[in-house]
Design a protein around this ligand. Structure first.
Ligand code: NDP
Length: 401
């Protein structure tokens, strides 16, 4: 059918590459391009050794440079660009897609390297330009954001007249055996969890101190875990796109050891994003910390246990109150056996491939810039079952107070 240009060659990109290569009918060709070409070549070797009909090429690119991206896109002529580099590169890649009239998919919203705050306004500002160019940008096609938005759209379409309360619960019951490591890019992960928490109530953001709100929840297939309220990017778009929202919150589980290490690193200044001078050279403490922490892509072989990520929706149908939960459980070791990575990269990479497939096959092709819940959720929900992230639903879930 077509060709995808995959930008980035980290943990998530590895899964996207494997999944596109399993889905050769849609992805007849892929080009993997990243800052470090040797990582792209290593991924190409892995999938070719496993056997695939997809033709795989690689390239070097600095995705902070629009001219380099435009040159690469013009040379490779992909139908779609799958951005699985870092959130810092979202706008340059969108600019290059505009210039070359190429569709765009990402998994995380734009964040400026100097400000640990993510919001959609920078990418939503491209709506008119994408519409005029006749190309589609699908924002946030990972798991959260991503599948969580599709879950909410599915609930809205099939079971509710209005959804008043949404709680998104992200549980990682996996254990990698290290005292401290992050499951995806450490810099992005630590920026996210050390920021203030927030949720939306009655149309307004309510801010909390980091990790101020804690609950315990008994997760299907995982068991009881402590979870903490975090700010998360899909809250912003879901509050606008789902009818009847009164409150929407996001919780993520953390073990005590992770939190103790994080607090200590914060207390000594290692999580700061303000540059400091070190031996005559400017360094950013958090970037230095990233360099000494385990590479998330290396956690695959040692991580055991499961993730459970899903949405609890409370609302009304035909005047009656409905409680609904939809979730996916994913086993770290099963993912490792299939694509050589742990479940966090897997649960992000599979939806990135599916999102690209939705646009490429025309099911979600619509000029403009869209969040994932703005499209028909049904073909995406079917694809989740087919491509490795089967979901479950219940109308009697445990609720969060
Ligand atoms: P990694 O750090 O493992 O990989 C990032 C990749 O991007 C690396 O290969 C890196 O290159 C490359 N890269 C960074 N800067 C540039 C640049 N300027 N030009 C070209 N390539 C560049 O991150 P992950 O794979 O863990 O995460 C990828 C994305 O997925 C992130 O945006 C993250 O926020 C998002 N994510 C989304 C989730 C969701 O559920 N929605 C969950 C988890 C992650 P190099 O190898 O040279 O460093």
């Amino acid at each position: 059918m077509g060709k995808a240009l995959i930008i980035g060659a980290g943990g998530v990109a590895g899964v996207v590459v494997h999944k596109c290569c399993q889905n050769s009918e849609v992805f007849t060709e892929i080009c993997i391009a990243s800052r470090t070409k040797s990582k792209c070549d290593a991924l190409k070797k892995q999938v070719e050794e496993k056997g695939t009909k997809t033709k795989v090429t690689t390239a070097q690119v600095d995705a902070d440079s629009v001219p380099q991206l435009v040159e690469l896109i013009n040379k490779e002529k992909p139908d779609i660009v799958i951005n699985v580099a870092l959130p810092y590169q979202d706008l340059t890649i969108m600019d290059a897609c505009l210039e070359t009239k190429t569709d765009y998919v990402d998994t995380a919203n734009y964040e400026h390297p100097d400000t640990a705050k993510f919001e959609y306004k920078y990418q939503w500002a491209y709506r008119e330009k994408f519409e005029k160019a006749g190309i589609t940008a699908l924002l946030g096609s990972g798991f959260d954001p991503g599948v969580t938005g599709v879950f909410c759209a599915y609930a809205q379409k099939h079971y509710f007249d209005e959804i008043n309360y949404i709680d998104i619960l992200d549980c990682n019951g996996g254990d990698h055996g290290y005292p401290f490591a992050t499951n995806f890019n450490p810099e992005i992960n630590i920026r996210e969890v050390s920021a203030k928490g927030s949720y939306i109530e009655d149309g307004k953001w309510v801010e909390t101190e980091p990790m101020e709100i804690k609950r315990e929840y008994d997760f299907e297939q995982v068991g009881k875990k402590d979870m903490y309220l975090l700010h998360h990017e899909e809250l912003e778009s879901l509050a606008l796109n789902i009818k009847g929202i009164k409150r929407i919150r996001f919780f993520m589980t953390f073990g005590q050891s992770y939190l103790t290490h994080l607090k200590c690193l914060e207390n000594v200044g290692m999580t700061s994003i303000k540059p400091i001078m070190y031996e005559g050279r400017e360094i950013v403490p958090l970037q230095f910390l990233k360099a000494v922490l385990p590479d998330p892509a290396s956690l695959g072989p040692r991580t055991v246990g499961k993730t459970n990520i899903g949405c609890i929706c409370i609302g009304k149908k035909d005047g009656k109150e409905v409680h609904y939960k939809v979730y996916n459980c994913c086993d770290h070791q099963e993912c490792y056996k299939e694509v050589g990575s742990q479940a966090i990269s897997y649960t992000t990479g599979v939806p990135a491939m599916i999102g690209a497939m939705m646009v490429m096959t025309g099911k979600w092709k619509k000029p403009g810039v869209y969040n994932i819940e703005e499209f028909d959720p049904d073909p995406f929900m079917d694809a989740l079952n087919k491509w490795g992230l089967p979901w479950h639903e219940t109308f009697d879930p445990e609720l969060v107070d």
